[in-house]
Design a binder for this molecule. Structure first.
Ligand code: SF4
Length: 329
């Protein structure tokens, strides 16, 4: 291992998945100093990356990506995947941000765990090239797992990275990666894919509904991650807590977002209702709350409506199951 290679520093995008961990290992095996970078937002967390960085023993920078991903949901060049996942644009912006950090922090190049043709939309040759071009720092982006199938990059041309020791993995079959994981002794391997809410059909349904009716308001986006949701009007939603912790979170949010309806005597959920709800919609929200109370039979339930203007109690019959399904988001 040469003295010069010891000093080369790579900033590696680390999702925490197997491929991103292997990219780190492949570079480190060449004596390159590798540090991790990950992004977080309401749609994807940094937990796997933090765990992976810890088991790999590398420093990790965690960068908030909330504003960027919300902008990309409103406006993107390359469209969405199967859900509301603007993966090509998302990758390009992430690499662009990583490139800025690379310059500021004195790293020589970037790397990712992308594998050619592993994902039909975002990891085919054309998409990988688009990300290189649009990120503005593509020549300094090495994809160690597929590098020998891709054009030579600046770090390879300059001798910072030995191309002959990079890999030529392609496609969806992960046998090669599992073999490498054994070689490098990796044991902390989360399930492949998953982790981004923008790829989950049920979450996307809620997000599309939000975009159509209320706009992509960050406060409401955070609410989409919990509870059962019902639409009572263009700007009116009811969120029903599913357990104690969700009830607590909804109650904490009430001051900013609306008001709370909860049963007075029987056990049941806290329900957050948009502040603009009129009296008729408030009664429907109360009936939804009653439907999710712990009781037998269609009997009136006493619920209290707690808002900034005070608390009142009403008796209401549970909403019918057919109406519940009609309003469900
Ligand atoms: S899956 Fe989510 S986080 Fe990953 S590139 Fe696509 S939109 Fe971005």
């Amino acid at each position: 291992m040469s003295e010069r290679l010891e000093k080369i520093k790579a900033l590696s995008l680390l999702s925490g998945g197997l491929d991103s961990q292997l990219a780190v290992c492949v570079l480190r095996e060449q004596g390159i100093h590798v540090e991790g970078l990950t992004f977080e937002s309401p749609f994807f967390s940094s937990v796997n990356a933090r765990n992976a960085a810890e088991s790999l023993g590398i420093p990790l920078r965690v960068v908030d990506f909330t504003n960027e991903i919300i902008e990309l949901l409103k406006n993107n060049k390359h469209g969405f995947g199967a859900g509301m996942n603007p993966c090509i644009d998302c990758h390009a912006v992430m690499i662009k941000k990583a490139g800025m950090i690379m310059g500021q922090m004195g790293f020589h190049f970037l790397s990712t765990g992308e594998v050619l043709n592993q994902r039909p939309m975002s990891q085919n040759r054309q998409s990988l090239n688009v990300v290189m071009d649009e990120s503005g720092c593509g020549e300094f982006l090495v994809r160690p797992l597929s590098a020998r199938l891709l054009a030579e990059t600046e770090p390879e041309k300059r001798g910072w990275v030995d191309r002959s020791r990079l890999l030529a993995i392609e496609g969806r079959n992960r046998k090669a990666q599992y073999k490498l994981a054994r070689h490098f002794g990796l044991t902390n391997i989360p399930q492949p894919a998953g982790g981004c809410k923008l790829t989950e059909p049920n979450f996307c349904k809620r997000l599309m509904d939000l975009a159509r009716h209320e706009g992509l308001d960050l406060r409401i986006i955070r609410l989409l991650l919990l509870g059962r949701h019902f639409r009572l009007g263009s700007k009116i939603r009811v969120v029903v807590g599913r357990d104690e912790s969700e009830n607590g979170l909804l109650e904490e949010t009430a001051e900013l977002m609306g008001f709370i309806i909860q049963p007075e005597i029987v056990p049941g959920p806290s329900c957050l209702v948009s502040s603009e709800a009129d009296e008729k919609q408030t009664l429907v929200a109360a009936a939804i709350c009653a439907r999710y109370c712990d009781l037998e039979g269609e009997i009136p339930v006493s619920v209290k409506i707690v808002s900034a203007s005070g608390t009142r109690t009403i008796n209401v019959l549970p909403e019918t199951r057919a109406e519940i399904e009609r309003m469900r988001i």
